[in-house]
Write a protein that binds this ligand. Structure first.
Ligand SMILES: Nc1ccn([C@@H]2O[C@H](COP(=O)(O)OP(=O)(O)OP(=O)(O)O)[C@@H](O)[C@H]2O)c(=O)n1
Ligand SMILES: C[C@](O)(CO)[C@H](O)COP(=O)(O)O
Length: 231
């Protein structure tokens, strides 16, 4: 039974502030998105990758794939104004009969092939699975600059991607959210709204999402350190 990967890569990187979307910036000699695509392509379960791009980025992306080939079939679609819409548009390109989809941010290049494979397996067992780690900071609810409540830290996890789902479940979750005009910051929230619990797959804190400018030097350091440890 195969899985299809969905890569939301349609953002413009406003918080990063570069001259081009951050997923195309270079890390360790190749574009960030290429690192991510190659990690996904190395998963035995992944048969096909659907990438949601900024509308004007298709020629750039096609040229990147010429220079940095990826060893699995890739379908590029136009992304939407929000991450959730990009995932929904990519879902429309996932072939019928696909058992599991794994959604993984283009700007998270550190997720290992093993972690992605484990998340897919967890979704096969529990219908929905996400990578996360227990919160190590105390998290507070804040309004107008004032903290008014502190949820028990033992119940809080920092959740990342990959996030994997039974394909039909994710289609239903996105359809429901679109009908109710609900916007979430991750796909798991949409599935939780259907009353389906989501399995947590333990993941490393260094599964960094490159979001702000200072994330890139951190990513460079992490890449060198992790590459050195793997040699
Ligand atoms: N309309 C959007 C917005 C985001 N993403 C993707 O979702 C992932 C996580 O989003 P984020 O880190 O917020 O990227 P940006 O939206 O580009 O960043 P910003 O919010 O600072 O503009 C990224 O791979 C991004 O390309 C997407 O596919 N479509
Ligand atoms: C999906 C995600 O990576 C889980 O941590 C995160 O919510 C994406 O947030 P963003 O603001 O769209 O980058």
């Amino acid at each position: 039974m195969t899985a299809v990967a969905i890569v939301p890569a349609g953002g413009l990187g406003v918080r990063f502030g570069a001259d081009r979307p951050k997923q195309f910036l270079e890390l360790a000699g190749r574009p960030i998105i290429i690192h991510t695509l190659r990690r996904l392509a190395a998963c035995p379960d992944v048969s096909h990758i659907v990438v949601a791009l900024p509308p004007t980025a298709r020629p750039v992306f096609a040229a990147l794939l010429e220079t940095f080939p990826v060893e699995k079939p890739i379908t590029a679609v136009a992304g939407g104004a929000e991450r959730q819409e990009s995932v929904r548009l990519a879902l429309a390109a996932v072939p019928d009969g696909t058992s599991v989809v794994v959604v993984h941010d283009a700007v998270r290049p550190f997720a290992t092939t093993e972690l992605i494979t484990a998340t897919i397996a967890a979704a096969r067992a529990d219908r929905a699975a996400v990578v996360g780690h227990p919160a190590t900071d105390t998290i507070k609810l804040v309004q107008d600059g004032l903290a008014y409540e502190t949820p028990p830290r033992s119940t809080l996890y920092a959740v990342q991607t990959p996030q994997a789902f039974e394909t039909g479940l994710l289609r239903d979750a996105h359809a429901r959210a679109a009908a109710e005009q609900v916007t979430a910051t991750d796909d798991a929230m949409l599935v939780e709204r259907l009353g389906v619990p989501v399995r947590i797959v333990p993941g490393p804190r260094w599964n960094l999402k490159i979001t702000h400018p200072d994330d890139l030097p951190l990513a460079d350091f992490l890449w060198q350190r992790l590459a050195r440890e793997s040699t």
